[in-house]
Design a protein around this ligand. Structure first.
Ligand SMILES: *Cc1c(COP(=O)(O)O)cnc(C)c1O
Length: 434
C-alpha cells in the first residue's frame, strides 16, 4: 500500500484483521465474524458503512458513561498536554494522588493502601501476591493456597486462572500446569431468593479443613460475572467474611466487574455491609477510556508486608499509575457522583426487568434475572455465537452472548427508549433461537 490518500476499504481492513489479528477467545482458522467500528458516541456504536447499534455491553462493563463522553475526552486531552506518562518508581504526580484519595474515600471502610496496576487480571495477581506476602511476613509461609467458589471468573493470567471455575472459567485445558486450589460449590441461594443457612456449609467445611494452608478466599461480591452471571444472596458474602475472620484467612473481593455502581450499590460488598481485606478494581475505573486497575488493602496488611522479608511489596508494572489513566478515572468518578446514579441504575433495573420479561415465556429460556444495570437471559442450550451476533447487529443492537447466556450491561446513560429497543431486540433474537 502506498500513497497518503489511499484509505483502506472496509473489505481490506476486515481481510487483514481476519488473517493477522487475534480477537478475544477466537480461532485463527475459523474466526468469528468481526464488524468494523468507525466511531462511538453515547450509547451508540457506529459501524463503518453500516448502521448505528445500541450498545448493550458497555464494552464489557467498562464504558459506564457511554462513548466519547465530553468530560472524559477533555480530561485525557488536557492531561496529555502536561504529562501523559512518567515512571512511578521514585516519582509521583497529582493524578495518582487525587485518584488514590478518591478511592480511599469511596471504597469500603479500612481500605486505604492503593496499588495501581494495568488490568483486571493483574489486579488479581497483585491481590494474591499481597495475601501470600502477608502470611509470609507473619511467619506463616505454609498459608499459601487459595479458596474460592465455583462459577467464578477472575481473569486470564496464570494465577488468576487458577481461581476461575475450572469448567465455565474457560481455562480447563491449562489445568495440568495450574496450581490446584480449593473450590467450594457455587453459592446456591440467589440474591432475591430465600436465605438458607445450609448454603454456607460447604465453604465452612472447606475453611475448617484447610485453613492452616489457606492465605485467602477470593470472591466476586454478589455478582458472578463471566463464570456464570449469577447473583447470590447477600448473607453468603456476610457469612464468608465471618468465616474468614474465624479461620484467619484474608478475604479478597474481586469487584472488577461490580465496581462503580453496576449492581445498584457503588461496590457489591455494600449489599452485605462487609469490608474485604483486599479489593480489586478495574473495568469501569476509567469509564472505559483506558486500561487501569487498582488493588486496595488495609493499613494492617500493608504494614505487615512491609515489616516482613524482603521489606517491600514485590510488584511494579512499567505503566503503574499512568497519569492519563488516573486523570480520566478521577473524571469518571466525578461524572458518576455528580449524577443521581442510584436513581439511574434503578430506572435501568426496572427497564431491564420489564423489557426482558417476555423471554420468561419461552420454553428454551430457563431464567431471566436482573440486578442493578445487569440483565441476564439464560437459555437451555448454548447459542451459536457467530450466527446470533449477526442477528443482533441486524436488529440494531450490540450484544455479545456467551454459552447459554445473553447478558445486558448497558452504559448508565442509556435512555428509557433505547433500553426498550435493546430489550425488544433481545426478546426477538432469543425467540428465534427456539
Ligand atoms: C474482567 C474481569 C477480570 C479480568 O480483568 P481484565 O482487565 O480483563 O484482565 C477479573 N475479574 C473479574 C470479576 C472480571 O470481570
Amino acid at each position: 500500500m502506498t500513497g497518503i490518500c489511499s484509505e483502506n476499504s472496509s473489505n481490506e481492513i476486515l481481510a487483514f484483521d481476519r488473517k493477522h489479528l487475534w480477537h478475544p477467545y477466537t480461532s485463527m482458522i475459523n474466526p468469528l465474524p468481526v464488524f468494523e467500528v468507525e466511531s462511538a458516541s453515547g450509547v451508540r456504536i457506529k459501524l463503518r458503512d453500516g448502521p448505528e447499534l445500541i450498545d448493550g455491553m458497555a464494552s464489557w462493563w467498562s464504558v459506564i458513561h457511554g462513548y466519547s463522553h465530553p468530560k472524559l475526552v477533555a480530561a485525557i486531552q488536557e492531561q496529555a498536554e502536561t504529562l501523559s506518562h512518567v515512571m512511578f518508581g521514585g516519582l509521583t504526580h497529582k493524578p495518582a494522588v487525587e485518584l488514590g484519595r478518591k478511592l480511599v474515600e469511596l471504597t469500603p471502610e479500612g481500605l486505604d493502601r492503593v496499588f495501581f496496576c494495568d488490568s483486571g487480571s493483574v489486579a488479581v495477581e497483585v491481590a494474591m501476591k499481597m495475601a501470600l506476602q502477608y502470611f509470609h511476613a507473619k511467619g506463616r509461609p505454609e498459608k499459601c493456597t487459595f479458596a474460592t467458589v465455583r462459577s467464578g471468573y477472575h481473569g486470564d493470567t496464570f494465577h488468576a486462572m487458577s481461581v476461575c471455575d475450572p469448567v465455565t472459567g474457560m481455562h480447563h485445558i491449562f489445568s495440568g500446569v495450574l496450581p490446584t486450589y480449593h473450590f467450594a460449590p457455587k453459592p446456591g441461594c440467589t440474591f432475591h431468593g430465600y436465605w438458607d443457612a445450609d448454603d454456607m456449609r460447604p465453604l465452612k467445611n472447606l475453611l475448617e479443613k484447610h485453613h492452616d494452608s489457606l492465605c485467602a478466599l477470593i470472591l466476586e461480591p454478589i455478582v458472578q460475572g463471566a463464570g456464570g452471571m449469577r447473583f447470590y444472596h447477600a448473607n453468603y458474602l456476610k457469612e464468608a467474611r465471618r468465616l474468614c475472620d474465624t479461620f484467619d484467612v484474608l478475604l479478597i473481593a474481586d469487584e472488577i466487574a461490580t465496581g462503580f455502581g453496576r449492581s445498584g450499590k457503588m461496590f457489591g460488598c455494600e449489599h452485605s455491609s462487609v469490608s474485604p481485606d483486599i479489593l480489586c478494581l478495574g473495568k469501569a475505573l476509567t469509564g472505559g477510556m483506558l486500561s487501569l486497575a487498582a488493588t486496595i488493602t488495609t493499613e494492617h496488611i500493608a504494614t505487615t508486608i512491609s515489616a516482613g522479608d524482603p521489606g517491600v511489596f514485590m510488584h511494579g508494572p512499567t505503566f503503574m499509575a499512568n497519569p492519563l489513566a488516573c486523570r480520566v478515572a478521577i473524571e469518571s468518578i466525578e461524572v458518576l457522583l455528580a449524577d443521581n446514579w442510584q436513581g439511574t441504575i434503578g430506572v435501568i433495573e426496572s427497564g431491564l426487568q420489564e423489557g426482558l420479561e417476555p423471554c420468561r415465556d419461552f420454553s428454551h429460556v430457563t431464567d431471566v434475572r436482573c440486578l442493578g444495570a445487569i440483565g441476564v437471559v439464560e437459555l437451555v442450550r448454548p447459542v451459536e455465537m457467530g450466527a446470533i451476533q449477526r442477528r443482533f447487529v441486524d436488529h440494531g443492537v450490540w450484544v455479545r452472548p456467551f454459552g447459554r447466556l445473553v447478558n445486558l450491561m448497558p452504559p448508565y446513560c442509556i435512555g428509557k427508549e433505547d433500553l426498550a429497543l435493546l430489550c425488544r431486540a433481545v426478546v426477538n433474537v432469543v425467540a428465534e433461537e427456539s
